[in-house]
Design a protein around this ligand. Structure first.
Ligand code: ZN
Length: 380
């Protein structure tokens, strides 16, 4: 999600990013406006996009600020054409079940609430002061009727997000309610299956309308249904992935049978050792002390560039260590943060194992497989 987005500033210290598909919205608005043959000007089209953009930002800020109030930092808000995503940093948040589901409901509800309040306030103002904006006349959302559009954009955003279809906010509320009685993966699964059913219903409805003579809303419904379907699937996968990597400890997957190098080894010796193991990365150990890490690729590179030398002079002296009780998720974060490919696991300053990117990928696949087998065994 993050890699396809560009930074667009900060509000309340929260990074705002625009997903590249938001540009599709610009194109879509432009196309549909020129199709309607309204005498829309490009400037008005941009203003309409700004209204949508602003409404989505306010919606997401609602989530982010309530989350912050409950002790969860929002890392970034990513704006998509169909709404936004607020990336929350849940590490360090309270873990009590009771507190968690109430907090999740509060965070989820605030976004749509912001939009509904805007719609009601601006709507009331339009009815009272600007009757010429004709609130109830179609098209509800059009660049020639910006004031009216503010009301309807927010009304649609609020209602659409309240759909009880995960990952919509309404679905988050549903999931939070389920999590009172079950663990988070099961709660997500149940919310997702409801989202699937709802998405299929919307798609079928859209198709029926289309067959009955192409009602103008039919293609929208089909698109909405497909979007919900994709969103739900994506959320389910990432929830399962997250739960796996949070519950697995490094001692469960670390390599305990591994080769080490000494700083006094020559590069040629090191290469010789590397040939006899499948490892790509090596801890460098002096006596019992960890002094660095080095990869097979780095050894080769140094040999090619400078000829034979010592491991000491080419090894990476900046590295992270982990303890055996740390979670896989935390190891992932460490690997990512410093672009490392190996983490030594240390206990009482003794090297007891290593985690490498290569072995992480393997063990993830194995873990997923063994959980699947266990689940199948339980179901039969
Ligand atoms: Zn929301």
């Amino acid at each position: 999600m993050r890699s396809w987005s560009i930074p667009a500033g900060r509000i309340f210290g929260i990074e705002i990013r625009v997903h590249l598909t938001f540009l599709l919205l610009l194109v879509f608005v432009w196309l549909s406006e020129s199709a309607m043959k309204g005498n829309a000007t490009p400037a008005h089209g941009l203003e309409l996009v700004a209204i949508i953009f602003g409404s989505v930002v306010l919606h997401e800020l609602g989530h982010a600020l309530v989350a912050r109030h409950s002790g969860i930092q929002a890392r970034a808000i990513i704006l998509l054409p169909i709404g936004g995503i607020t990336l929350l940093d849940e590490a360090g948040a309270s873990k009590s079940k009771e507190a968690t589901w109430k907090r999740d409901v509060r965070i989820a509800v605030t976004g749509p609430l912001v939009n509904l309040v805007i719609a009601v306030v601006v709507g009331a103002a339009v009815l009272a002061r600007f009757p010429e904006a004709q609130l109830w006349t179609k098209p509800f959302i059009h660049s020639n009727h910006l004031l009216r559009s503010v009301v309807w954009v927010n009304l649609y955003l609020g209602l659409f997000n309240l759909l009880p279809a995960y990952p919509m906010d309404g679905g988050h509320v549903l999931r939070a309610l389920f999590s009172r009685t079950m663990d988070s993966v099961h709660a997500t699964r149940r919310a997702v299956s409801i989202a699937h059913a709802l998405a299929m219903l919307i798609i079928v409805l859209g198709m029926l309308l289309f067959l009955q003579g192409g009602h103008p809303d039919s293609s929208w419904l089909v698109m909405l249904g497909c979007f919900l379907l994709i969103g739900a699937q994506f959320e389910e996968r990432s929830a399962i992935f997250q739960s796996v990597i949070e519950t697995v400890h490094l001692e469960d997957i670390m390599l305990t049978d591994f080769a080490t190098l000494s700083p006094a080894d020559t590069l040629e010796d090191a290469l010789e050792k590397a040939v006899h193991t499948l490892q790509d990365d090596f801890p460098v150990v002096r006596g019992t002390d960890m002094v660095g890490v080095i990869s097979r690729a780095r050894i080769l590179e140094a040999l090619r560039a400078e000829g034979n030398g010592y491991v000491q002079s080419v090894m990476n002296k900046i590295f992270e260590v982990a303890s055996r009780h740390e979670s896989l998720a935390s190891a992932f974060r460490k690997l990512n943060a410093r672009n490392l490919s190996i983490i030594p696991v240390v206990e009482d300053q003794q090297l007891i194992g290593i985690i490498t990117l290569q072995n992480l990928m393997h063990s993830m696949a194995l873990l997923a497989e063994s959980r699947k087998l266990r689940r199948e065994a339980m179901e039969t």
